[in-house]
Design a protein around this ligand. Sequence first.
Ligand code: SF4
Length: 361
Amino acid sequence: MPEKVIPIRPASGFRQSGTAPLREPYAGGKFVDTLGRPLRDLRISVTDRCNFRCVYCMPRDVFDENYEFLPQASLLSFEEIARVAKVFVSLGVEKIRLTGGEPLVRRDLERLVGMLSPLGVDLTLTTNGSLLAKKARALKLAGLKRITVSLDSLEDATFKAMNDADFPVAKVLEGIDAAAEAGLSPLKVNMVVKRGVNDDQVVDMARHFRGTGHIVRFIEFMDVGSTNGWRMDDVIPSAEIVRRISAEFPLAQADPDYRGEVAERWKYADGKGEIGVISSVTQAFCSDCNRLRLSTEGSMYTCLFGQQGHDLRTLLRSGASDESLRDEIVAVWRARGDRYSELRTAETARVSKVEMSYIGG
Ligand code: SF4
C-alpha cells in the first residue's frame, strides 16, 4: 500500500511547545520531498578549515592567508550537533557522514563520534588522510564504522599539485593502513579526476588498491562552489575512466548496494574487488538523492550546489524544542526540489553557489 502523504503546516518560525512525543506524520521519516525522495543521508560539516588547498575545492588564491574562517563561537558545538543529529535520526536518517573542510583538524573529534555512535546509524567520515595515522584507532574506539580518504594521485608531484599543500602521498597511505588496521571498513578512496592534471593516473590508482579490499571511487571534476574555475573541458567522463581501467583489468557493472548510492559500482571480472565512479556531470543521479548537508554553522543545504541554506542554529540557540526542530527540518525537506546536476549548463556553472568546504562534499 503506497505511503499516505500527509500535508504539514509550513514551518512558520519556531513554536515554543515543549517536547511532545513524536507525532505520526514524522515517525520513521514518512515524508518525502517534492520529487518523492526520502531523507536518509545526513552530511555534517564540523569545520570550514583545512590543512590542504585542493585546487577543486579550496583554491589558494581565494583561501589565502588573509581568508577569514569562521569564529569558533559560530560553529555548532558537539552537543548541538549531537542533539540535531538525534532529531534527524528520529526523522529517518540512517547514515551520518562527518565532513569539513578537513574534519580531523577539529579538536577532539572522537568525542563527537562517541556522542553520535549510540544513534546506531551508519557513521562514517571523509578525510584527506593527513592526520589519520594518528587518529584512526581513537575514532574506531569511539564508534566510527568506516571511512573515506581523498587521494588524488600516488605521485608526489601530481598530488602536491592537486592539494597545493606540499603534503606527501606516503603519509596519506600510512593513514589508510592505520585505518585498515584499526578496523575501519569498508575503506573507500576518493580520487577527483581532472583532465591534464591526474587523469593519466587512474589505471595506476586502480592497480595500487586492486585486491586490497579498499574501494577506489573516481569522481568527475565538478563545478562545486564558485572558486575552482570549473570548465567542462577539464572533465573526464566516468565512462572513459571505466573504459581505461577495463582495458587492463576487465570490469563488470554491479548493482547498487542501496537506493540513492552515489557511486556506480564496477567489479573486477577476476574477483579482485571493485571500483566506483561518481558521475555528477555526465550521469546525474539526482532522482534518488536523499542527502541533506548541515553546514558547520548549522544551516541546512538540500543540494551540494545550493545557493541558500536554512538556518537551524537560531532555533537551537533560542530554546526551541525538538519538535520545533523536527517541524523545521520536515518543512525544508518537503519543499525541496533540487536536481542541479540534471539542469547543469555552462551558465549555471557560473552562478554563485555555496563552497564545498563550507558544507562538505
Ligand atoms: S546535484 Fe544536488 S540534488 Fe543532485 S545528486 Fe547532487 S546534491 Fe543531490
